[in-house]
Design a protein around this ligand. Structure first.
Ligand code: ATP
Ligand code: MG
Ligand code: FE
Length: 333
């Protein structure tokens, strides 16, 4: 089974061809990061325009690198949501046009399902499993008893982890997106600044990062008022320690309670070195549970993950038609 995946939900124009839902034949990503950097975040209008300019080239390049023609494809999978509506529409319309022109089945994919399914490019999924999804817009613990059966057992009540990283990075004067910069600084510093950890109610798998973000902003502000300097490396290390502590503790706790066979890490923040190392360490408490962590390039937005999730849906007989629309708040379940 060969599936062409298309992803345009945010600021990456991406297309990929994946074989049998696990073998990458091509994975092309055109990032717009440079265009958004001077605004300190993604500007929706600019994102849409870049997608329009890039989409045809990116799809052609993915097909060329994969060495396949449209007659070799079994389906076209596209991110239908969630994301920026104008950005999503570019991918959805491109996918519809191709599916129509080549008489191919069309499959609509949830972006977060894609992030989770990136793991299948690394290891076979073993159910029941638990996925920790940490990205720019989401922070969720997802329990799965089978393919496509998503159960959200915990989620953020305010900011997403990536959002918190980007806001703290901005306060430290680091360029957008700030996550990787905080990660780098954190490794040069020590977590000596005392910052809060939002555990929430006993037994809750929900998250909250806005209190932590405010604590960092206040500490920076107060230091400035007093004419003192806070070492950005120590602030980055302390912030990262707080985020990682809560994420890892809740994930392992849930893995124990739900008796899963596998724990998956997903989303852009899964690229975080501190998180990867801490989760690996804490998972030693569960020697029988397999931990899967995708390589960095499959953690951030890409189309290979959309092709994989699309392959699973295609094999389950799920089809979209030419009425498929972009849904900026598409629910996972
Ligand atoms: P969503 O997937 O929720 O729709 P998104 O697609 O914008 O949001 P991703 O591309 O999955 O998000 O992830 C981007 C986020 O990951 C950004 O917030 C970025 O700062 C963060 N990120 C990337 N690398 C790292 C890192 N090494 N450490 C921490 N955060 C990181
Ligand atoms: Mg992005
Ligand atoms: Fe994403």
């Amino acid at each position: 089974v060969h599936v062409l995946g298309i992803e345009t939900s945010c600021d990456e124009t991406a297309a990929a061809v994946v074989k049998n839902g696990k073998e990458i034949l091509s994975n092309v990503v055109a990032s717009q990061m440079e265009s958004h950097r001077r605004f300190g975040g993604v500007v929706p209008e600019i994102a849409s325009r870049h997608h329009v300019e890039q989409i045809t080239l990116v799809m052609e390049e993915a097909m060329r690198q994969a060495g396949v023609s449209f007659s070799d494809l079994d389906a076209i999978a596209v991110t239908a949501g969630p994301g920026l509506v104008g950005a999503l529409l570019v991918g959805v319309n491109a996918a519809k046009a191709l599916a129509f022109a080549h008489g191919l089945p069309l499959v609509g994919v949830h972006h977060i399902a894609g992030h989770i399914y990136a793991n299948q490019l690394v290891a076979e999924m073993k159910f029941p499993l638990l996925a920790l999804v940490v990205s720019g817009g989401h922070t969720e613990l997802v329990y799965m008893e089978g393919h496509g059966a998503f159960q959200v057992i915990g989620e953020t009540r305010d900011d997403a982890a990536g959002e918190a990283y980007d806001k703290v990075a901005r306060a430290l004067g680091l360029p957008y997106p700030g996550g990787p910069h905080i990660d780098r600084l954190a490794h040069e510093g020590e977590p000596v600044i005392d910052l809060p950890r939002a555990w929430l109610e006993e037994g809750s798998y929900d998250f909250s990062f806005s209190g932590l973000k405010s604590a960092v902003l206040n500490a920076l502000h107060n230091a400035k008022q007093r004419g003192e300097e806070i070492d950005p490396r120590q602030m980055a290390a302390s912030f990262q320690a707080s985020v990682v502590d809560v994420l890892v503790t809740k994930t392992v706790q849930a893995a124990k309670e739900y008796g899963v066979r596998q724990v998956l890490l997903a989303g852009g923040v899964a690229a975080n070195r501190g998180l990867r190392a801490a989760l690996q360490e804490k998972m030693k408490e569960l020697p029988d549970v397999e931990l899967v962590i995708p390589p960095l390039s499959l953690c951030t937005d890409n189309a290979a993950m959309i092709a994989v999730a699309g392959t699973v849906l295609y094999q389950q007989g799920k089809r979209a038609d030419l009425a498929l629309n972009a849904n900026p708040s598409l629910p996972l379940v």
